[in-house]
Design a protein around this ligand. Structure first.
Ligand code: F6P
Length: 341
């Protein structure tokens, strides 16, 4: 094996550059493999937008946010055929591909792999909701950023004796809300896996207020209060048909203020959580995943995904990574809930 390709696809994530560096250096130093990068995910594959990735191209990039390769949500199978991808890899002399991405990328990687294309997946999402891996890189950075922001909301809330609400990301799962909420000492954490009523949330807010605290509520974007049929999406849907960020923050701001009589302000952290430098934990995890991906390629373990199990990096079949959202277990939620109010 002489030449591999690498790409980042889907929403960006702090740590992507550390994966690229880990793969390129591991390839050069241990396996005698050179890399090229496809720009903007699968778009670069379909349009032959390729750049060489010698060692010097990855010097010092682990600490950088974003991805030096760019990303997009282009579907490599939009022509309903794997041929455009395999033709491009052949044209560019690429024997196998390392695809860094979330659920959509890994699903496409599996179809391409079943069609005989050499692919290895690296799981990537700040949401930490992918099955078959204990943590995804980027999650720790997002939690750190969210925690710092919530700490700031607390001090302004305390000054004004207000209830402060922070909406964090988490399209399908409440991991960021749970961890940032616990780290910041929130009086209520609201996640999609565990629905509670508006009255319950108001009771937590009132209880904190009665003890002289500025109530702090951390809510995951996908939380829907018990008793409501659908998410509140005053800003409509995005191009993927998902409610735009900010709906639940607005709903809570209005309804909690009405229910409690406490002046309430909501903040949507949004893409702030995806930007910026990765934490040391994410840099180490991402570097190890990149090194493991090139090791798997050298061993011919195509059709797999690299994964963190405990403290070990291992490989699992791509199929194991798909179709299972890693939800917050009830026990983890109830543990956090003991400290609410
Ligand atoms: O999947 C990661 C994520 O950050 C979600 O938490 C969020 O809903 C979504 O991406 C936002 O996507 P976009 O950047 O396309 O608006």
């Amino acid at each position: 094996m002489n030449r591999l390709g690498i790409l980042t696809s889907g929403g960006d994530c702090p740590g992507s550059n550390a994966v690229i560096r880990g793969a390129v250096l591991g390839g050069a130093l241990t396996h005698g493999v050179e890399f090229v990068g496809f720009r903007d995910g699968w778009r670069g594959v379909l349009e032959d937008d390729v750049i060489p990735l010698p060692r010097r191209a990855v010097r010092g990039i682990s600490r950088l946010g974003g991805t030096i390769l760019g990303t997009s949500r282009t579907n490599p199978l939009k022509a309903d055929s794997p041929a455009p991808v395999s033709d491009s890899l052949q044209r560019n002399g690429v024997e196998g591909l390392i695809a860094i991405g979330g659920e959509g990328t890994l699903a496409a990687a599996r179809i391409l792999s079943d069609a005989g294309i050499n692919v290895i997946g690296v799981p990537k999402t700040i949401d930490n909701d992918l099955g078959a891996t204990d943590f995804t890189f980027g999650f720790d950075s997002a939690v750190q950023t969210a925690t710092e922001a919530i700490d700031r909301l607390r001090t302004t809330g305390e000054s004004h004796h207000r209830c402060m609400i922070a909406e964090v990301m988490g399209r399908n799962a409440g991991w960021i809300a749970l961890h940032a909420g616990m780290a910041a000492g929130a009086h209520a954490i609201l996640i999609p896996e565990h629905r509670v009523t508006m009255n319950q949330i108001a009771a937590w807010v009132n209880s904190a207020h009665a003890r002289g605290r500025a109530p702090l509520v951390v809510v995951a974007e996908a939380f829907v209060p018990a008793g409501r049929d659908a998410p509140y999406s005053p800003r409509g849907l995005d191009t993927f048909g998902r409610p735009r960020l900010g709906g639940i923050a607005l709903l809570l701001e209005q309804q909690l203020q009405d229910l409690t009589g406490i002046e309430t302000r909501a903040t949507v952290l949004g893409h702030i959580q995806r930007g910026g430098e990765p934490t040391a934990f994410d840099r180490v995890l991402a570097t190890r995943l990149g090194m493991a991906a090139v090791r798997a390629a050298a061993a011919g373990e195509w059709g797999t995904m690299v994964s963190l199990r405990g403290t070990d990096i291992t490989t699992v079949g791509l199929e194991a990574a798909l179709g299972t959202t890693k939800s917050v277990p009830v026990s983890r939620y109830l543990e956090a809930e003991e400290l609410f109010g």
